[in-house]
Design a protein around this ligand. Structure first.
Ligand code: ADP
Length: 452
């Protein structure tokens, strides 16, 4: 017990003892000790009830009162309650201030923020920017269904995917020059945050970057062709001293030409949001072409085998698919030491599990390039498809790599709604698998006879 409370307690007990002693004394003097003692005890009880009532009145009045001054237990109790009340008020004030500050910060954000009730999908709250970007009006739009309010944007299906909703990029219906990027963030059991950001400037910068790379590559093409042409005309036999120099110049100009070609391919793929021309792609022809290319690149240093168990064709752009697959095959040869084995496999994919739990009837297909080469350390795998990302720069340069091959593969696969999976173990080899969905599969043309 704190000393202050203890002394108040002893004081009250002392007062009680004094009152009872005085009452006993008076009682003895007037010869009615029990009556006087009873009256005194009743008086004490009455006084306590009166203090209890006073305290209850004070608490229920909900008004600020000054802290009591006396020193008994009742005053101490009153004082403690008063202190508790003061602390609670302070805490409440601080919480309200914090809440106001959060609201002000959310309201001042440049991104549109809309709080949506999960089940009814009705708007609960939105900030200033939501008025500018999404044309929401306060207070009319509070409690209206968000999909209905944001029409003509078609976001019902997107909202329905809830937690799994991918960020959505759409042209603003109120100003087609503005592109909005919308994200759905579930932040509590029954509330979602719909965040819309104006990404027009970002997209413009991205476009500028792409145009710049494409223009520079295009401009470099002609001078490189000229240099390359003149280098080809120089006969090393006529200038034996220059032979190693000429060979190196030729190698480097070839690398630069390849780099420019790869950059142009990448720019073209990046700016396309769909494939220009789609057609059935004869896979047995494709596989034998890949085999031929692999053997030419390997020049007998590797064993190359082709396995074709899928027995179907693909639907897409034959040219782009060939460029992607031959990049993978080229890498397998270049990053596998002599004596290694390269397998080009075209097989059916494992059936996917549907939302209902059943297995999908139509399966996709996988084109896999397996090598027994150097392998890739696991920390590099997530970044391997980035432009110019190399595990070993010297090995890549030595083997004539541009650092753009896997970026090209990823873009080509994206345009085919396919995905690249890479598994690798250092010293054992790597597997690059291109997974195509069932919608990209076509029955094999009977005339498509495999070339030997
Ligand atoms: P590069 O032109 O350098 O080969 P890529 O984009 O094709 O560029 O590949 C990026 C990097 O990934 C390469 O530099 C290499 O380090 C690694 N890599 C790609 N394929 C393989 C493979 N089959 N085995 C081992 N490493 C590989």
């Amino acid at each position: 017990m704190p000393p202050r409370v203890r002394s108040a307690w002893f004081r009250t007990l002392g007062q009680l003892a004094l009152i009872l002693a005085a009452a006993a004394l008076v009682g003895v003097l007037i010869r009615h000790p029990w009556q006087v003692l009873t009256v005194a005890a009743l008086g004490v009880v009455a006084w306590h009830y009166w203090r209890l009532r006073k305290l209850l009145m004070r608490l229920t009045a909900r008004q600020r009162h000054t802290p009591p001054l006396g020193e008994g237990t009742w005053n101490e109790l009153d004082r403690l309650l008063h202190r508790g009340q003061q602390e609670m008020r302070g805490r409440k004030r601080r919480l309200i201030e914090m809440l106001r500050a959060y609201r002000a910060a959310a309201a001042a954000l440049p991104d549109a923020i809309v709080v949506v009730e999960r089940n009814s999908q009705r708007i609960q709250w939105f900030n200033e920017a939501a008025h500018g970007l999404l044309h929401l009006q306060h207070p009319q739009d509070i409690n209206t269904p968000v999909a209905h309010r944001l029409q003509p944007l078609q976001i019902s299906r997107w909202l329905a995917s809830g937690r799994n909703a991918e960020p959505l990029e759409v042209a603003s219906p109120w100003n087609p020059a503005i592109t909005l990027s919308m994200r759905l963030i579930p932040y509590s059991e029954n509330l979602w945050l719909l965040v819309a950001r104006d990404v027009t400037r970002l997209l413009q910068l991205e476009q500028m970057r792409r145009d710049f790379v494409a223009n520079v590559s295009h401009e470099l093409r002609t001078p490189l062709t000229v240099v390359h042409g003149y280098l080809d005309m120089l006969d090393p036999a006529e200038h034996p001293d220059w032979a190693p120099m000429l060979a190196e110049m030729q190698r480097q100009s070839q690398r630069m030409t390849q780099l420019v070609e790869d950059l142009l391919t990448l720019s073209r793929l990046e700016s396309a949001d769909h494939l220009p021309a789609e057609e059935p792609v004869a896979m047995s022809t494709m596989l034998s072409t890949l085999r031929r290319e692999a053997m030419a690149l390997s020049q007998g240093r590797h064993e190359v085998s082709v396995e074709d168990s899928a027995g179907v064709d693909l639907f897409g752009s034959g040219k782009e698919l060939h460029s992607a697959f031959s990049n993978l095959v080229g890498n397998a040869i270049r990053y596998t030491p002599a004596g290694g084995h390269i397998t080009i496999r075209f097989r059916k994919d494992r059936p996917e599990r549907l939302n209902s739990g059943a297995m999908a009837k139509d399966t996709g297909v996988v084109l896999e390039v397996v090598d027994t080469g150097y392998g890739i350390p696991a920390p590099h795998l997530p970044r391997i498809t980035e432009r110019f990302y190399r595990v070993s720069t010297s090995r890549s340069r030595e083997s004539g790599g541009t650092g753009l091959g896997l970026s090209i593969v990823k873009h080509v696969l994206n345009l085919h709604q396919a995905r690249l999976e890479i598994t690798s173990e250092v010293g054992l080899g790597s597997t690059f698998s291109c997974h195509f969905g069932a919608e990209r599969v076509r029955p094999r043309e009977p005339l498509d006879i495999a070339l030997p």
